[in-house]
Design a protein around this ligand. Structure first.
Ligand SMILES: [Zn+2]
Length: 407
């Protein structure tokens, strides 16, 4: 009996290490086998067995050739397999649809942008993004293992309904997770894709935060607060020790309706002066007394306005007006959550870059810990964080159990 138990123990231990090992390689924290050995606190032989199994599953590559000019015993270099499986990452935003295939390691293939369909009801929109993802999967020679979608509105957990989808006037409570699953199930992903393809769906700010935490400006943070204004409105998210804090029903960190000016601009929620209405691209144009060109993406034009602040007095005044309100909002959230890093993305990243000291000063002035324990405010690093985050969501079951890719 005892011998049987011991015999089972070794492979079971190896199996339980597969997920943690893959997560370390996936997030770049174990670039060599010796780094993996240290991070997992195992023997070299165990680390070797684990990497051999991940390599056999087609998920990583192990390169034992000596590095150029290096001396001493080579440490095997570990990387995600560039020809390994992919997932479909999708995003719906007010300016269009984006889809990309994504391997492990946060590595996106070039995203494809599509205009919104003429009819913006939930089924047509979800069908359009599901079909755009399926086209990419059919054209790829890599196995496709899942699909996930980022939405610009709150998504409830665990049932996956969209609330306050104000940008598209979707009915509150639209069952987006189920509808997306049906549309992905109907699409043809080609012979290399899992059938049925597992699907998942979440809010874009949450996914962006997860992406920055694992692959971008949030690496190494313990309590990461992300605030973003992508296209319209403002989103927020919190990652605590690697896990998204989504609240009891997926609705935490809706920072967009924090009041930063009681007499300010009207918000879609019916109130005035919400962070949404005071710090998004529309607000910046309003502050400058300018009207954006309706034929071009609003975010691109707002970014140009931020850059113009270096030389143009009107742009400068508008940027400072919006920064002061963003600072009020950030200080309020930081006082409640005590993050150890704040990452800004979308237009908020451009505002930070246009006048970093002003924004940091406004936050420090209002923040309880501002002068003594200044929280670092940094810009996002990823170009497509919502897509990278959607890929994280699709990869989640395989990161938990890498052997499940072998089906
Ligand atoms: Zn509001």
């Amino acid at each position: 009996m005892q011998r049987d138990a011991q015999r089972r123990a070794a492979p079971d231990r190896g199996r339980t290490l597969l997920g943690p090992a893959l997560a370390l390689i996936h997030t770049g924290r174990a670039p060599t086998r010796s780094a993996l050995t240290r991070a997992l606190d195992v023997t070299r032989a165990t680390a070797g067995a684990v990497t051999a199994e991940l390599e056999a599953l087609g998920l990583i590559t192990v390169d034992s050739r000596p590095a150029g000019g290096g001396r001493g015993r080579p440490s095997h270099r570990l990387a995600v397999d560039p020809e390994g499986p992919v997932v479909i990452a999708g995003q719906i935003h007010v300016d269009g649809l984006s889809v990309a295939l994504a391997g492990l390691g946060g590595l996106l293939e070039p995203p494809v942008q599509r205009p919104l369909p003429a009819a913006t009801d939930p089924v047509r929109m979800l069908r359009a993004v599901a079909q755009a993802g399926a086209e990419l999967a059919r054209a790829s020679d890599r196995r496709c293992l899942g699909a996930a979608l980022a939405l610009p509105n709150p998504v409830t957990e665990p049932d996956g309904t969209a609330l306050a989808a104000l940008h598209f006037a979707w009915p509150s409570g639209t069952p987006v997770a189920d509808l997306y699953d049906v549309e992905v199930g109907r699409a043809d992903h080609g012979p290399l894709a899992l059938d049925p393809l597992p699907t998942s769906i979440a809010n874009d700010a949450n996914l962006g935060a997860l992406a920055e935490y694992r692959h971008g400006a949030g690496r190494g943070a313990r309590h990461l607060l992300l605030v973003t204004s992508g296209h319209r409105g403002v989103g927020g998210a919190l990652v605590i020790d690697g896990r998204l804090h989504t609240g009891s029903a997926g609705l935490a960190l809706e920072v967009g309706h924090l009041t930063v000016d009681p007499l300010g601009r009207p918000c879609q929620c019916g109130n005035r002066g919400c962070l949404n209405a005071e710090t998004d691209p529309d607000a910046l144009f309003a502050a400058a007394g300018l009207t954006p060109d309706p034929g071009r993406p609003l975010l691109d034009q707002a970014r140009e306005l931020c850059r113009a602040a270096a030389t143009d007095e009107r742009a400068r005044a508008a940027v400072e007006h919006v920064i002061d309100r963003l600072g009020l909002g950030l200080a309020g959230v930081a006082n409640i959550l005590n993050p150890d890093r704040v990452v800004l993305s979308g237009l908020h990243l451009d505002l930070l870059e246009a006048a970093p000291e002003r924004l940091r000063a406004v936050v420090a002035e209002r923040c309880l810990w501002g002068r003594s324990g200044r929280v670092p405010i940094v810009g996002a690093e990823l170009a497509h964080s919502a897509l990278v985050g959607a890929a994280e969501l699709a990869w989640r079951p395989y990161l938990a159990d890498p052997q499940s890719v072998a089906v």
